[in-house]
Design a protein around this ligand. Sequence first.
Ligand code: RP5
Length: 163
Amino acid sequence: MAGRSPLVGIVMGSASDWEVMREAAKQLDDFSVPYEAKVLSAHRSPDALAEWVERSSAKGVRCFIAGAGGAAHLAGVLAAHTVVPVIGVPMSSALNGLDSLLSTVQMPKGIPVATVAIGASGAINAGLLAVAILATSRPPLRARLQAYRDEMAAEVSRITLDE
Ligand code: RP5
């Protein structure tokens, strides 16, 4: 749902992150939430990152999702430039994502980043968390999110095990 005025900004440190980060975008598509997705790096293009997050916040983005790997400071730097909520997605890495996870989750007090799990599961949850944040002030979206949860519960209750 790239196109309409974006409510969510998805950013990643490298094009190599997109395979995972597109899972967040898919969730937003499923809930018809408009987003913008960009590659911007906290260390390779810091000025462009700051300019984008400040412009996006002013234009009406209500939640950011930031995915990065290694010494993953992208989400924290993003959060330093906006009061809009930031969700961090740690990418898998040479250290199996543990470096990315700790770099993203261990923000010093004052500038929070809501960190999800490493990799694709985390990206899916980041998309769903962004939907939940938006749903706090959008009753139709809240109803769709509740229906999604209800269907999940129904799927679990349909499971039968061979004995
Ligand atoms: C980080 O370094 C990116 O977020 C990516 O996860 C990682 C590797 O980047 P590339 O070498 O694939 O560009 O900045």
